[in-house]
Write a protein that binds this ligand. Structure first.
Ligand code: UGA
Length: 443
């Protein structure tokens, strides 16, 4: 089938590559000429396992192309995805200016029936706004062309985006059109084998499903972090509690890992956006407001442990930091807990020696060169001359370090662990003082 994707960001690029891989002919449109040129030369703007070979092979095979020419894109696809960003505006609401600009562009260039599919995470009611924008533009141009608008939210996770997209748990389609339903079933047929994963519903429910899924996951994390804070105060160990409750299948083991807060481009933004949209319809979303507030404080947790340990005096200390990205297997540092920590350490007069397997360039891009930030080539060299270690991201490579070397290199045998990677007993055996989240041990 002929498909066009507006917006070569995370969601757009992965979706486009995966659709091309199964044989659809996909044209990607972006306003950023540089990004388009880079993609044509095999330079992929994000780090995502498996994405580079998928993009290059499909580009070379002629099933995937990149252009800034919107007219060409609209002419090409009967199915047109909108996958542009919806950044939060000043009050945390999702800003729809890019989505509506694409809707206008589609209307300007369309000459035959189009199915416009919204992939971006957008507030409930956006499909109606897209419809209105297309209709308004068609009327202004005196054009009479039919179209459908579908809500088809994306549920991929960074770091596992290609496999999530290839093997989705569910394919949610919000539509009021039989034609659109049939066409989308055909489009997704290669991903819908074994059992039917397509869930068809009305458009507003599909839009809300996306927010509800992310907000539920964020709620699980903040809930667990709240219990971790209580465990500390009660002298309990959250890791025992986690295992104890996860074994109840109604609760499950997923997304109940306590830590130094959730980050990324989705949870913080989506929780905030749903709180704002709720306000807009006269509802105070108290649970979600608390989810956000707990997470905000949780990101300051490691710094507060450090402050407490050093009685507020960390001026001149050198801090080894392992992990900069908001989670493993990505170089994304949006809303990363590492940023909250580093900024607090700098403010208190400490220096940071950091290592991350993927996010070093991104850190450099965000913070530039500064005397209190050194980016080190390995996790071991980050320990050289450091006073103590802080772990912020649970990269696999950090799970089995050389503890003896760690002790030898640090001027104080002290580890603050924001992701609970180690067993406190083992750390004690190595002579390392260990602070973890909600383990009530060294606190
Ligand atoms: C999230 C959702 O998991 C996806 O389903 C969704 O499609 C995506 O947002 C989106 O809306 O685009 P993502 O932001 O890539 O995916 O990352 P997650 O793996 O969900 O992790 C988010 C944050 O939660 C990370 O900072 C992670 O460290 C933290 N986390 C996760 C915890 O602190 N504890 C946990 O138990 C799980």
């Amino acid at each position: 089938m002929k498909v066009t994707v507006f917006g070569i960001g995370y969601v757009g690029l992965v979706q486009a590559a995966v659709l091309a891989e199964v044989g659809h002919e996909v044209v990607c449109i972006d306003v950023d000429q540089n990004k388009v040129d880079n993609l044509k030369n095999g330079v992929i703007p994000i780090y995502e396992p498996g994405l580079t070979p998928l993009v290059t092979s499909n580009y070379e095979g002629g099933r995937l192309s990149f252009t800034t020419d919107a007219q060409k894109g609209v002419e090409h696809g009967e199915l047109i995805f909108i996958a542009v960003g919806t950044p939060p505006d000043e009050d945390g609401s999702a800003d729809l200016k890019y989505v509506l600009a694409v809707a206008k562009t589609i209307a300007e260039h369309m000459t035959s029936h189009k199915i416009i599919i919204n992939k971006s995470t957008v507030p409930v009611g956006t499909a109606d706004k897209v419809k209105a924008k297309v209709n308004e533009t068609l009327t202004a141009l005196d054009k009479n062309v039919s179209f459908d608008v579908v809500s088809n939210p994306e549920f991929l996770k960074e770091g596992a985006a290609v496999s999530d997209c290839m093997r989705p748990d569910r394919i949610v389609l919000g539509t009021d059109s039989e034609k659109a339903k049939d066409k989308l079933r055909e489009l997704y047929a290669p991903f819908n084998r074994n059992h039917d994963k397509v869930i068809i519903m009305d458009i507003r429910s599909a839009e809300l499903t996306k927010y509800a899924a992310n907000c539920m996951l964020a709620t699980k994390i903040s809930f667990m972090n709240e219990i971790a804070n209580l465990a500390e105060l009660f002298g309990a160990d959250i890791e025992n509690v986690r295992r104890g409750i996860g074994s109840d299948r109604r609760i499950g083991y997923q997304f109940i890992y306590p830590g130094c807060g959730y980050g990324g481009s989705c949870f913080p933004k989506d929780v905030q956006a749903l709180v704002r949209s709720a306000n807009g319809v006269g509802y105070k979303a108290r649970i979600l407001e608390s989810v956000e507030a707990v997470n905000y404080e949780q990101k300051e947790k490691l710094f507060s442990y450090i402050q407490r340990h050093f009685k507020g005096d960390i001026k001149g200390k050198t801090v080894a930091l392992w992990g900069l990205s908001f989670k493993p297997n990505t170089d994304d540092m949006r809303e990363a807990s590492s940023r909250v920590l580093m900024e607090a350490l700098w403010e208190a007069g400490a220096c940071v020696q950091a290592y991350d397997p993927e996010a070093m360039e991104e850190t450099q891009r965000i913070y530039g060169s500064r005397s209190d930030l050194k980016l080190m080539g390995t996790k071991e060299s980050a320990l050289d001359g450091a006073d103590f270690l802080v772990i912020v991201t649970e990269w696999q490579a950090f799970r089995a370090p050389d503890f003896a070397l760690m002790k030898e290199k640090l001027s104080e045998p002290l580890v603050f662990d924001g992701r609970n990677l180690f067993e406190p007993e083992r750390m004690a055996e190595y002579g390392l003082k260990y602070y973890a989240i909600g383990r009530g041990l060294s606190v």
